[in-house]
Ligand binder design. Sequence first.
Ligand SMILES: C[S@@+](CC[C@H](N)C(=O)[O-])C[C@H]1O[C@@H](n2cnc3c(N)ncnc32)[C@H](O)[C@@H]1O
Length: 467
Amino acid sequence: MNVYNAAASVVEKVRSKHSGIRAALYALPIAHSLRPTVQALAQESLKHAEAIVSAAQATGLLDAVKAIDATERVDSARFKALPAFFPESLVIVLCYELLIGPLRKLKGAHFGSVALVRDAQTELQMFFNTSKDYPKTSAAIAKVRTKENKANSSLPRYIRVNTLKSTVDKAVKALQKNGFKPVVHPIIPELLVLPPGTNLHGHALVKSGVLFVQDLASCLPVAATPSIEQHKIAVDACAAPGNKTTQLAAKLALTHPKEASVIAFERVPARAKSLKNTVTKAGANDKINVVEADFLEMDRMDKRWAQATLAICDPSCSGSGNVSVGEDIPVHTTEELQAFADHQFAIVQKAMSLPNMQTVMYSTCSIHQIENEEVVARLLKEHGAEWSLVSILPDWSERGETCKNLAERLCKRCVRASHAQKTHGFFVSCFVKRHAENIVDASLKRKSACEVTSSSKKMKIKHTKKK
Ligand SMILES: C[S@@+](CC[C@H](N)C(=O)[O-])C[C@H]1O[C@@H](n2cnc3c(N)ncnc32)[C@H](O)[C@@H]1O
């Protein structure tokens, strides 16, 4: 039983007056050490329960959570038996944790109810901004947001121009007319940089999908793709909510306005829905085909994507890079990080297996080597004969970290981002398929290297014998 479900179970019993907090807590099948966390979460969530239920009803969140299928609620692969499900109480706990709680982050943010709550964050905040019915909850959320804004005030506001709908020049002029002073990013030509704290949420150009509020780090995988103009068909293996997908479609369409197409995979239905909304908002329905399926289970020879030559792989990760300046990094166990790494490895490997694949971008918003350079090392170990790791973004100063299983010169081919680059923690790497002749060359080289090694061994033996 995870902490959210446990806290939801306590909230359920207390609200239905079946039990007090302590009795409900001690009836739970959870480790003794988890009890203080669950108790605090349930206790604090209960203080805002009525307010959160109203907001969740008004925004449609509660209905959406009630409607989801059992296997979607949680990362079902992690559980032998599905945990008990109390939709209303779970929403209370998750909303409290995200909007008010000390962490203000939801673990497992890519699954079912957690994903729905996270996607509804802006609408919930707006509800409490405007509602006068729940002054205590509204004040608690406002206090948290002021703190967050202060923490984020050192990072610029990044806005990506959707070139499917407008041009960078036109967008700059329109913003200037409204009194803003955008600067075009020196490495990413479709990205505008505005002063920290600039509020463009609700701006007409954002609402109409001409501008996307997208962090610099999140723009890096597409920006770092070598010779992107050579690609017409691409896959996005892990696409929702669709920031990189729409950026990619716009970029491909610059050189191939008619033929550019992106096949965007998303395995969580609720997130596939939000991906479709992003695609529609970007005016990219004719360029992006959303496939609601597990990328790992797709048939690699399916003709819908067999022609793809480029893949963006941005799989679920620990999210440890996604913290504000001064905020604590979320804690993950080695087992949790290893599980992410195994999944990340599998996603990139599957992308490499597509019959016409040429370029595979791999990125995470994690700061951990185990999810970044170590995954790259493992991919090279398994697929280095066919795929080479190429250096990307030569003008970007922060490079991959030196780690145990990847030579320093290879680590330096990857890119890292951090608060030092005025953005969030991020990692990007790029694999390019070796040409057929290079593969033969590489295997010949390896063969002759083996021969050199074995012949030098033989020489050594002879030499030793002579002695
Ligand atoms: C880090 S998010 C992607 C963010 C996205 N690239 C963007 O820029 O907006 C990872 C997404 O991949 C999805 N995902 C994870 N594993 C998947 C798989 N095996 N097949 C399809 N989608 C997957 C998750 O549900 C989640 O929505």
